[in-house]
Structures are given as C-alpha cells and as structure tokens.
Design a protein around this ligand. Structure first.
Ligand code: LMR
Length: 390
C-alpha cells in the first residue's frame, strides 16, 4: 500500500530549519522560521512563563483530566478580552463564542472559509483548501514599492462575491511586514461591511508589531466596534513564546448572545472528531498570566523587550547595508513591522546566500528578524551585499 508513495517535499518554512540543522558550518544562521531568539541566538522561555509553570506544578489540586471540547473556559474568556479589549461591547453583550484551539493553525483550521491575501503565510492556502473551501487570493503587496498595493486590494475585495470570507492579518503581515494604515483599515472595513464580506482575522503577533498589545489589536477592534460579525484566530506561540505548547483560540463575534450559543455548539461538532479536546498545559500557563495583573504586567515588559530587540535589529541591518554601500533602497527594512523583513531578494539570491554564507531563509526572501543578533548582522549584510552585487 505504501511502497508506491512518492517522497513529499519539505514544508517551505519548517523545512528551512531541517536544512539548517543538517549544515555543519559554525557560521550558519537560521532566519527561516518566525521564532524568537536572544542576542546569543538561543530560544527564550519568558520568565513569567517559568513562574506560571512553577505555580502550576506546586499546586497539589491540579489534575490531568480532559478539558471540555471547547477548552479551558477561563482561558477562552481572557483570550477574548485580550484581543477585543476589556470594554468591548461584543464581550459585554455575550456575543462572542471562543474555543481553545491548537495555536494559530488549529484556530484557522477550525474556523476555516476564506479568501487569502497574495502573498500570505505559506500555510494559509493549505489549511483552507484542505478544509474543502474554494480559495482565491486578493492583491496585497506591491514589489515595486515594497509596500501595500492598496488600490489592487480594494479592487479585488470590491469584486469578491458578497458573503465571501476574507482572511486579514490583524497586524505584522506575514511574510511582508506591510500593514494597512489606520485610515486604510477604515476604508477596508467600510468596503467589507457594505459588501457583506466576513472578516477572518489571523492574530499571531499581538504585541510584536509595536510592543503594545492594544495598538496591535486596533484593526480588529475597529471591526468589532461596528457591531458586525467576524472570526478571530489567536496564537500565543510568539507573544508568549509558547511555540511548542500549541495554544491559541478561535473567537467568533456574533450578532447576539443567542447566536453565540448556537455557534459554540456547532464548533464542538467540528472539534470533537478532529482532536476531541485541546491540551491543558499551555492554556493553563496563559490563564495564570492573564488573570493576575502583576504577572500580566511582567509579561508586557518581556514582550516589549522582544519587540524592541527586533526593531533594533532592523536598524542595525539597515545601517550595515548602508555602510557597505549595498546597491538598492533598503528603507523597507526599517519601515516593515513585526517579526519579518520581506527583503526583495529573489530565490537565486536566497540560494546563493545559503550556499556561500550558510544563511537560511525562506525562498521568497523573507528573513526572521527575531533570529538575528548584533553578532550576526555583519555576516548577513556581507551575504546580502555579495548576493546583490555578484
Ligand atoms: C512562520 O511563519 O515562520 C511561523 O508562523 C511558523 C510557522 O508555523 O510557519
């Protein structure tokens, strides 16, 4: 049965790490996957997360029972509050159905139905196609300006069939690092609401784009404030550093409390045959931190420190390319936001940098700024300089 199967290709993002791990070079740098690293290039477990885990371990009444299909109730409430804001009318009116899911991907998969921006995170089209949906893309990025193709975006959304679901990155668009301005969000909102297009937000970087949890949720809150419906997939992989714990939430904002109850009952039908019920540990860590104001504050400080380090890497890389006189306008490195820079390097240049400099990134030229450090900036700048002048 299995002998005739072909070898499947590596994942375009996670496969970069597989190749990196096989490279024996001492100077290798992994700028592929969006996972935070310290200045020393090490993974970071937040201090507040360690503290929360210690509290959980020391609690003798903690058991390992199954969670309900919808997950940890307190985690769900706190997650909705975090993204929509404590004073959100949708929360106050009990119009939100939230279920704990397996990080961002799991939340998207449970929510699935959409239109995706072009380009978008590599896993988006697969998640939704495998959910049996017809997937189309809308224009988003303009390679000429290395900015937003706002005209193209509005044109494509205008011509989308009414009732389509539109996937939107809440902040820090992956892979481009290009977000609409607040004015542009407002125009997108008006257009979508007038055409009855349903927003499906993917929020994987709340707190990472600007360092402020509230600021990075502004786009979403504009859509909640108008009283309309939306879907929200939330991940704690990056902003709490809980990558491998697979902790996230899907919230569906409904028109009334009655509808929210029915929506939740339907979500249970989706989840039960998919993975039965979600894992306990990560959601318990998140709930421990979000429920306690002192731990919450500690978290925001650590989050800000990560965001600031990434912003400083942008400046250092930009300065290093400038000082080398590398041809081209590299100002997009400091203009783009979030974990990634969409460098504009082509796949040949990416391959050259891997071959000659042992620098690993996705073939679309995306680099994870979180994987960079003061020590590795000169090596990356040398590589980029060589790639564009070869
Ligand atoms: C990324 O885009 O690098 C991350 O979101 C990790 C992943 O799962 O692809």
């Amino acid at each position: 049965v299995f002998a005739a199967l072909a070898q499947a290709p590596e994942d375009p993002i996670l496969g970069v790490t597989v190749a990196y791990n096989k490279d024996p070079s001492p100077v290798k740098v992994n700028l592929g996957v969006g996972a935070y690293r310290t200045e020393e290039g090490k993974p970071l477990v937040l201090k507040v997360v360690r503290r929360a885990e210690q509290m959980l371990i020391n609690n003798p009444s903690r058991v390992k029972e199954y969670l309900p299909i919808t997950g940890l109730a307190e985690f769900n409430k706190l997650s909705a509050k975090l993204i929509f804001g404590a004073d959100s009318p949708a929360i106050q009116e009990n119009r939100v159905a939230t279920v704990q899911c397996l990080s961002g991907t799991g939340s998207l998969r449970v929510g699935a139905h959409y239109l995706h921006p072009q380009p978008t995170w590599g896993n988006h089209p697969k998640v939704f196609t495998l959910s049996g949906l017809t997937v189309r893309s809308y224009r988003y990025y303009d390679p000429a300006t290395r900015g937003l193709d706002f005209k193209g975006l509005l044109e494509d959304l205008s011509s989308a069939p009414s009732g389509s679901i539109v996937l939107l990155h809440a902040c820090a668009h992956n892979p481009t690092g290009v977000d609409p301005t607040i004015d542009q969000w407002e125009q997108i909102r008006q257009l979508m609401r007038s055409k009855s297009l349903l927003p499906f937000f993917d929020s994987a970087y709340q707190g990472f784009a600007s360092g402020s949890l509230d600021k990075d949720a502004r786009s979403v809150r504009m859509f909640v404030a108008d009283g309309g419906e939306l879907l929200m997939a939330q991940s704690y992989a990056k902003n709490m550093g809980l990558y491998g714990e697979r902790v996230g939430a899907l919230s569906i904002v409904c028109g009334s409390a009655d509808v929210a109850v029915r929506v939740e009952s339907q979500l249970k039908l989706v989840i039960r045959p998919m993975y039965s019920n979600p894992p306990l540990h990560g959601a318990s860590i998140v709930a421990t931190i979000l429920r306690d104001s002192e731990m919450f504050n500690e978290w925001t400080l650590e989050l800000k420190a990560m965001a600031d380090r990434i912003i400083s890497m942008r400046q250092q890389l930009f300065d290093a390319l400038k000082s080398r006189g590398t041809p081209g306008d590299w100002s997009h490195i400091i203009k783009q936001i979030g974990m990634f820079t969409f460098t504009g390097l082509n796949s040949e240049q990416v391959a050259f940098m891997r071959q000659e400099y042992h620098i690993y990134m996705t073939s679309d030229g995306r680099i994870s700024m979180a994987g960079l450090s003061t020590r590795t900036v000169p090596h990356l700048s040398d590589a980029i300089h060589a790639a564009v002048t070869q």
